[in-house]
Design a protein around this ligand. Structure first.
Ligand SMILES: Nc1ncnc2c1ncn2[C@@H]1O[C@H](COP(=O)(O)OP(=O)(O)OP(=O)(O)O)[C@@H](O)[C@H]1O
Ligand SMILES: [Mg+2]
Length: 489
């Protein structure tokens, strides 16, 4: 049983892991060959992040075998994880972040200039411009995509031959993801392997060679070339139902009751009758100013909002909530998840702010249970911390907040970030249902396929954050969006 091939940089066999009574990995297998780009797939809560934490030594396995280069005594630097919550020191420069983790060998003293040069060389392999222009810039001043590249450079300069990337594109724009993929391909051609997790099928197909699929902690597809698997077969292996590709751009929903919302600002004047689903497309800068105004987070005087013809100005978020404005952000850590409170409080938070006093006690528990069921949220108990939930499941929890009483205006900022394919479909259906019952929906997403599927009108913002056009139902397509946002490849 110890047959191991030196062609594999990593072999993980029969890996087991439990948290308390919950068994999360049940004899999971994963083998990664040198220089391959390997996708690790599975629904929310399947065990992907747990497996990655075990592979890089952050978490101890309960059972199973790990071999790196065919050896059980792994060399600590061969595998490097690039975290989603990035692990750089913000006040230190790019160069310092790359060379600081290196260990000193014996009495060897390396001069700072030499180390800086080593860091430059490592970064230049990945991005020459960044190496030339940002080497002495504090990490706090470069953007997220660039920080990711710095992390990769750091891993490589420590001798990593396998990179573990857990949903690396979740916070990237389309163009940034493309750049990351081309870097990964270049590294692959030099023998450096990547394990990548993503819930975006088109990305997986664009970048990965083979995949391993986890389902409830078990390996159900082991190292299969992606060309041999259809989307439907992948979704089925993950244990999810639902058609893969739904009808494109649906007809506008006509709701009989509800509020009409008008938005006016530089380059834009739209009236949204009840049931409208308005998409916002483009790099986050432009849409986020409008979104902040809609939810009372930060009033931008350029944008004016009216509900049923009456001008509204939300000085604080609570006021927006009381006026019937719902909000779900994909940036769950910063905007929305109450990490110190149990799951129940996270679900009923909005209703409490809206000031419904009768909404208490047993009723809260029931409403919470119903919401968890509707969104297929796997949780031990409604009294557990939301931090015990997988990433995509935390995202679903934010949406659960608005199910009980449908908002008049629902503002969504990448609400499906990290959510698995099957559940995304479910969320689209829930949002359509809310629209049919009178909600006005404003939806920003970096996934054009998502916008084309669910919106009946889309406002495009260009790279400078100004409105570049409004695309009406008949003309909505991914190509049209790429052009209007300046994100065409
Ligand atoms: N510290 C913990 N305590 C209890 N349960 C945990 C803990 N960490 C993870 N789990 C559970 O382990 C299971 C697997 O979680 P994991 O984060 O590995 O899933 P995942 O496949 O990465 O999902 P996602 O696609 O949503 O990121 C989940 O059911 C989760 O609730
Ligand atoms: Mg995860």
């Amino acid at each position: 049983m110890s047959a191991s091939s030196p062609d594999f940089i990593l072999e993980a066999v029969d890996i087991e892991k439990s948290f308390g009574a919950t068994s999360v990995l049940r004899r999971a297998d994963l083998r990664i060959a040198r220089g391959e780009i390997h996708a690790l797939l599975g629904g929310n809560g399947a065990g992907k992040s747990t497996l990655i934490r075990i592979l890089c030594g952050l978490l101890r396995r309960d059972g199973g075998t790990l071999r790196v280069d065919g050896q059980e005594e792994a060399s600590p630097n061969a595998i490097a994880v690039v975290f989603q919550e990035l692990a750089l020191l913000p006040h230190m420069t790019v160069a310092e972040n790359i060379y600081l983790p290196h260990r000193h060998r014996g009495l060897e003293r390396v001069r700072a200039a030499e180390r800086r040069e080593e860091a430059r060389a490592a970064l230049a392999q990945i991005d020459e411009t960044l190496a030339r222009e940002a080497l002495d810039t504090p990490v706090a001043e470069i953007d997220l995509h660039q920080r990711q590249l710095v992390e990769i450079a750091r891993a490589l300069s420590s001798g990593a031959r396998l990179l573990l990337l857990d949903e690396p594109t979740a916070n990237l724009t389309f163009a940034e993801s493309e750049r990351l993929f081309s870097i990964l391909r270049r590294l692959a051609s030099r023998g450096i392997a990547t394990l990548i997790v993503s819930h975006r099928m088109n990305e997986i197909r664009a970048v990965a060679d083979v995949c391993t699929i986890l389902r409830d902690g078990r390996t159900v597809v082991n190292r299969q070339p992606l060309t041999e698997l259809s989307d439907a077969a992948i979704v089925e292996a993950m244990g999810q139902k639902g058609a893969m590709r739904a009808e494109t751009a649906h007809a506008a929903i006509r709701a009989t009751a509800g509020t009409t919302v008008s938005i006016e600002g530089p380059g834009l004047s739209v009236t949204l009758p009840p049931g409208s689903v308005l998409g916002l497309a483009g790099a986050p800068g432009g849409p986020s100013r409008l979104i902040d105004t809609l939810i009372g987070a930060n009033t931008d005087l350029h944008w004016r909002i009216a509900m049923d013809g009456a001008l509204r100005h939300f000085a604080v978020p609570a006021e927006a909530v009381r006026q019937g404005v719902g909000y779900v952000s994909g940036d769950r850590a910063e905007k929305g998840l109450l990490v110190t409170l149990p799951i129940l409080d996270n679900v009923v938070a909005a209703a409490r702010i809206a000031g419904r006093r009768w909404f208490a006690g047993r009723r809260e528990a029931r409403v919470t249970q119903d919401a968890l069921e509707r969104l297929a949220i796997k949780a031990g108990s409604i009294d557990d911390s939301p931090l015990t939930l997988s990433g995509g499941t935390q995202q679903k929890l934010l949406l659960a907040r608005w199910l009980e009483r449908i908002p008049r205006l629902l503002v969504l900022e990448e609400p499906t970030r990290g959510v698995d394919i099957g559940t995304k479909r479910e969320i689209y259906a829930i949002i359509r249902d809310m629209a049919a019952r009178g909600a006005v929906v404003v939806w920003w997403s970096t996934e054009f396929s998502e916008l084309t599927e669910i919106c009946d009108r889309i406002v495009a913002f260009d790279l400078r954050g100004t409105v570049s056009g409004v695309i009406e139902a008949g003309n909505i397509s991914e190509v049209a969006l790429a052009r209007a946002t300046g994100m065409a490849a």
